[in-house]
Design a protein around this ligand. Structure first.
Ligand code: AMP
Ligand code: ZN
Length: 468
């Protein structure tokens, strides 16, 4: 098995080799908790989730860190507008974010560090950068990173260094800016009246950190100076990730991240879903409209992470149909009694699906092909099921494999159905009654099953038990 990922740093697919054999380190730029995250943001977290889950599926151990940006220009501005202390304000959205992660079945990171709890580490990096002459204090006391002092500045974002050097005499204090305004950027923002009561008194002065230094400090604190993978949406390549590389590598004099993995946008009518354009849905909006979280998860994961995905409500309906198909398949197979001989065709079908799934996922997480392998298998197994050619052992093998696939996909409804022999007998008797057109008896049995908390649904492949 060789995993290959597209590395934004080299702009090509590369074989993945972890730094430490026993554990892969992944850092994901987490949310800025100034509002509810929209489902475009969740595309980034679902993509990271698929990456992480597939690594685990492949037998690798993973340590995953996702930060919470709980101090920046936006959180300060919004908390002030609502006259709420910053920590109370960000707490509300952090809690909402964790609830949404759970609903979308996104595996929890091992650590969710908060920027406000990592200030001493940031100050330490900034101090060292000043000692090295790479960072300097401006007239207002803010501290800037001098981009011309870092020879690889612009490499990740594919910027032309010569253009940069011409324009590099200026500075930017805001956290977000365009490539055209690549200048020395703020590591530390000196206190300003508009910051209100948000400041830290430190060795480098009274103020607060810039956004970029937050991630460098949190990544190094929890994962060490060099990590395997750093993830985020494509909009973070510049300036955020470019600046993270500059600060971290100037500080440690080591390569910061081996693989930069970036997801493409969730779009609406050709434009990035974003707060500023107002073309967004939060998860809450969609759940209130009656869409299921599993369908939204499926929608976000079923397009390759480096392909733009156009969001529509019809798209969620199609995703919902796919999720239902997979869950109905599991339910049908679980209900098979299997009193027939072992069918040699089943392991062949399963093996083909497993190989197809793995081959696709190994190659830069080619999810569409991986899903196609699963659907093909379901089709072939459904035919055997309708012919009653699936044995008890076959059934266990199929369910085990679907469980393995789901350790990556995370979309199977885990219904705790306890199908006892008594229930199975009742289902069989009902089938017999129906075949004999004894509708009265069939209905009586249906009521008996209902008393036991089971609903029988008649499908092409035969009756299926569900929880009432
Ligand atoms: P933010 O809270 O703005 O820092 O964004 C959190 C994550 O969501 C980052 O990785 C962004 O790159 C990502 N992101 C924001 N908008 C979109 C979008 N429309 N599609 C995919 N990812 C996005
Ligand atoms: Zn970040």
């Amino acid at each position: 098995m060789t995993l290959k990922f597209f590395n934004s740093l080299t702009r090509k697919q590369e074989n993945f080799k972890p730094i430490k054999k026993e554990e892969v380190s992944i850092y994901t730029c987490g949310p800025t908790v100034y509002d509810f995250a929209h489902i475009g943001n969740f595309r980034a977290y679902v993509c990271a989730d698929i990456l992480k889950r597939y690594m685990k599926y492949s037998g690798l151990k993973v340590k995953h860190v996702m930060n919470i940006t709980d101090v920046d220009d936006k959180t300060i501005k919004n908390s002030q507008a609502q006259n709420t202390p910053l920590s109370d304000y960000t707490e509300k959205y952090t809690k909402a974010f964790f609830e949404d992660l759970k609903k979308l079945n996104i595996d929890s990171a091992d650590v969710f560090p908060k920027a406000t709890e990592t200030i001493p580490e940031m100050v330490n990096i900034i101090k060292t950068l000043m000692d090295k002459g790479i960072a300097y204090k401006g007239e207002d006391g803010s501290i800037y990173f001098s981009i011309t002092k870092f020879k690889d500045y612009g490499k990740l974002a594919n910027l032309n260094l010569e253009d940069l050097q011409e324009g590099a005499s200026g500075r930017v204090k805001s956290d977000e800016y365009e490539k055209e305004s690549a200048h020395d950027f703020a590591l530390w923002k000196a206190y300003d009246e508009s910051d209100g009561d948000i400041f830290w008194e430190t060795d480098i002065g009274k103020g607060r950190p810039g956004w970029h230094i937050e991630c460098s400090a949190m990544s190094m604190k929890y994962l060490g100076e060099q990590i395997d993978i750093h993830t985020g949406g494509i909009d973070l390549v510049f300036p955020h990730h470019q600046n993270e590389i500059a600060q971290s590598e100037a500080y440690t004099e080591k390569k910061f991240v081996n693989f930069w993995i970036h997801n493409e946008y969730l779009q609406v009518e050709g434009k990035k879903m974003s707060k500023s354009l107002g073309n967004f849905y939060t998860l809450r909006d969609l759940l209130e409209k009656g869409y299921s979280a599993k369908a939204i998860r499926y929608l976000l994961l079923s397009t390759h992470y480096r392909t733009q995905l156009n969001f529509t409500l019809d798209g969620i309906d199609a995703a919902d149909a796919a999720v239902k198909k997979i869950n109905e398949f599991i339910s049908n197979i679980s209900n098979i009694k299997g009193n027939v001989d072992f069918n040699e065709k089943v392991p062949k079908i399963c093996e083909k699906a497993k190989k197809g799934f793995e081959k696709a996922m190994d190659k830069d997480l080619e999810i569409s092909q991986a899903l196609a392998a699963i659907f093909e298998m379901m089709k072939e197994i459904n035919i055997l099921a309708s012919e009653k050619k699936i044995s008890k052992d076959n059934k266990e093998d199929i369910l085990k494999l679907m469980d393995m696939f789901d350790s990556v996909l995370g979309i199977i409804e885990k219904e705790d159905l306890n199908i006892t022999d008594e229930i199975r007998t009742l289902v069989d008797e009902r089938e017999k009654a129906r075949a004999e057109k004894d509708w009265k008896k069939a209905d009586e049995i249906r009521d008996k099953l209902a008393e036991k908390g089971i609903t029988v649904v008649d499908t092409k492949e035969g009756p299926v038990c569900k929880k009432r």
